[in-house]
Every structure is written in C-alpha cells, then in structure tokens.
Design a protein around this ligand. Sequence first.
Ligand code: DX5
Ligand code: ZN
Length: 219
Amino acid sequence: MVRLAPSILSADFAALGAEIDRVAPEADWLHVDVMDGHFVPNLTIGPPVVAAIRRHSDLFLDCHLMMTDPGDYLEAFADAGADSCSVHVEVGGTSGLLRAMRDLGLGVGLALNPETPFEAVEPWLASLDVLLVMTVHPGFGGQRFIDGVLPKIEAARRAVDRSGLDVVIEVDGGVDTTTAARVVAAGARTLVAGSAIFGADDPAAAAAEIRRAATEVAA
Ligand code: DX5
Ligand code: ZN
C-alpha cells in the first residue's frame, strides 16, 4: 500500500478550500509546509491556516515544520488541529522536541535534509512515527529530485525493518510519476507531491497517476 500526501505548497492559496476538495478523493494525508524565513529562505503558513483547514477537512494533517525554533509553536499546531508534526534534526534539541510532540498527542516526525546522513536520525528511530526524508533542499516546491538520496532511503528501510519498528518512511521533494517508482523501490511507502499534483489541470487525476506508478513497484 502506498500513501499519498499532496503538499498544499503548490496549491492556489486564495482558493485553498476548493483546492483541497479537488485533491481529497486521492489524498491519504495532506502535507502542510510551514516555513519560517530562517531555517529556509521562504515564508508560508502557520497555525491559523492549519486551523482553517481543520475546520474545512477531515484529512490527516501532516505538518512539516521547516523552522529554527519549532518548539515555540508545537502547542499552537496541536491546538490548531494538526495530526502530526515533523521537525528537522538539523535544528537540534531533538529529544525534547520529540517528547513535546508526544506529550501534545501529535504524531511524531523527524525530517532530514538531503546532505544529512541517516546516522544523524538513527538514535531517535524508535521514538518516531514518521521519518521524513527530503529529496530536495527544503524551501520551495517544484525542484528537481536529488537521486543521491536514494541510498539513504534504502538505509532507513533496512534499519526500520531490522529493528521491527513501525516507522513511516515519507519522502518529500520532486516526486512525480517517474521518481515515485524509484522511491518506492528504495523502500518508502508514503510520498509527498506538490507541483506534480497541484500544477496539473486535474490534481486528483495527477495524484492517481502517481499512485498507480508507485503501486506497481510496491506490489
Ligand atoms: C519543500 C517542501 C515540499 C514541497 C514539495 O520544501 O517541503 O513539501 O512542497 O514540492 P514538490 O513536490 O513540488 O517538490
Ligand atoms: Zn514538505
């Protein structure tokens, strides 16, 4: 089974509710990219928008916190109705952040940038619900998939299987019908896709195509 998480980063923010409705039939999760203009050179959305989406949709809200100080906002995201948050290992303070997410009842995710080795997240693997592996440099949608990350996905898959853990390996960045098959072959089963879905005339059809390409490999 492949899980698809459309990223609203590439949606029309002026029509967010309608955009979510268009993709909802093919969305398992909704991926919400939060950027603070500091950890990444871009600004996007925060807890008030998550709260508005929560009022509009029952979809699982998978919030990717590209923030230097995510700890200052975890409670606000939980109150807004986020289901899961992923913080970046590069910002440090990981043990405390993961504990805070768990205490708030959030799904616990840890993200890592393309250059960050798998060993940097390994100590926390058993504490995670989600390992979010970036296959582009975070900050913008529509970038090219970085092939060099594939061995890291394979290493994560091996480590998760070896330890019998139930950690979701989620891949984010440059996922389309071609690269989806490759990340699934490497061992991921949860795929984020932004521009390949919301850049299409029919986002649900584009999502279905990605799912089809990925499921062929997963089967
Ligand atoms: C990038 C974000 C991604 C982004 C993916 O910083 O974390 O979630 O929306 O967009 P695409 O699928 O266009 O690479
Ligand atoms: Zn993301």
